[in-house]
Design a protein around this ligand. Structure first.
Ligand code: FAD
Ligand code: NAG
Ligand code: NAG
Length: 290
């Protein structure tokens, strides 16, 4: 009898211990799950996000912050890729899709930031420009052939015009952040705009250059203010030769900007000895146009 009793006491104790252990593990897992960012962007269905802030950066360009469903959510987009934004245009309204590269990334959960220049005759960019805080717009993705991985090449050169800075900023910031984990990629950027007021992310780019000895930025302006120390006019072969990497197997040149500028930059790249760019760029190409 007493033997039986002590056995069941012992069994009861064991059962309680196991139950407590299971409960502790369950609690631990749910804490971990809540802290693990959840990627919410899907390639085949739309995610409707609400505009939470709009910051005007220049007369025609603004930074738009959209809230993700939960504060711990992330978009889940690889560095170098973009999202598709759909806007209902016309009557009856039909979705028109355009690509935008977020300037935020998965290290800042809860929101996504886009910098968009609104063209007076542009379908989607004008629609976004007229969104009021609290209104929603549809997102899908990620999309794009470029996907940055640390140390994929020794050196990355970049030529950007206007809002074409968005993929370059995303990649450069990721490289500088990755220094702590051994990313040694050298990055040189030429950034072209019309006037000084059009330069986007200037403080952010200057901060990166100040912080990181292997990231440089050279600004080029069409209409420079008096005393301007950067480049003047359109980006030319000399500026590229002086400020960017010389072509080599472990060098990539990334280009993003208005179509006429991209054509001109492709020609300059070829004349300097870079491989001729394909009409549609692939990740392995030496010259990649977004
Ligand atoms: C990979 C990728 C990433 C991009 N990322 C961004 C980004 O981060 N921010 C951003 O603002 N844009 C970005 N764009 C451009 C964007 O996708 C749209 O092309 C742009 O917003 C214009 O679309 P829309 O529907 O308003 O104009 P559309 O209806 O396509 O064009 C109508 C008119 O708008 C004017 N217009 C349109 N595009 C240009 C242009 N590039 N230069 C001069 N005039 C133009 C022209 O007058 C044109 O006739 C990106 C494009 C790609 C391919
Ligand atoms: C976009 O807007 C222009 C007028 O600005 C129009 O001609 C065009 O058909 C619209 N739609 C698309 C899909 O570009
Ligand atoms: C730039 O990178 C090289 C190679 O990794 C390194 O030796 C050098 O110290 C770096 N320069 C600066 C200024 O950080």
């Amino acid at each position: 009898m007493s033997l039986l009793n002590s056995t069941s006491t012992w069994e009861l104790g064991l059962s309680i211990s196991i139950l407590l252990l299971c409960a502790a593990i369950t609690v631990l897992f749910s804490i971990l799950k809540a802290k693990t960012p959840k990627p919410v962007l899907r390639p085949d269905s739309f995610l409707e996000l609400s505009l939470s802030h709009k910051t005007q950066l220049s007369p025609n360009t603004a930074l738009y912050r959209f809230d993700l469903p939960q504060p711990t959510d992330v978009l889940g987009i690889p560095i170098g890729q973009h999202v598709s934004v759909a806007a209902p245009i016309g009557s009856p309204p039909k979705d028109i899709l355009r690509s935008y590269t977020p300037v935020s990334d998965d290290t800042s959960p809860g929101h996504v930031d886009l910098i968009i220049k609104s063209y007076p005759s542009g379908n989607v960019s004008k629609y976004v420009g007229q969104l009021a805080v609290g209104q929603t717009i549809k997102f899908r993705g990620p999309k794009g052939a470029f996907r940055y991985t640390p140390n994929m090449v020794r050196e990355i050169s970049m030529i950007a015009g206007g809002t074409g800075i968005t993929p370059m900023y995303q990649i450069a910031r990721s490289i500088v952040r990755g220094r702590a984990n051994g990313d040694k990629t050298k990055v040189s950027l030429i950034y072209a705009n019309v006037g000084p007021e059009d330069i986007l992310l200037q403080d952010e780019l200057n901060d990166l250059a100040r912080k990181d000895g292997n990231f440089s930025v050279y600004y080029v302006l069409n209409k420079p203010p008096p005393g301007w120390a950067g480049g003047v006019g359109f980006v030319n072969q000399d500026m590229v030769k002086q400020n960017l990497a010389t072509p080599a197997d472990d060098v990539k040149l990334l280009i993003c900007g208005p179509p006429p500028m991209v054509s001109a930059m492709k020609k300059i790249a070829e004349s300097l000895g870079f491989a001729s760019p394909r009409p549609v760029s692939k990740l392995e190409d030496q010259v990649f146009c977004f």
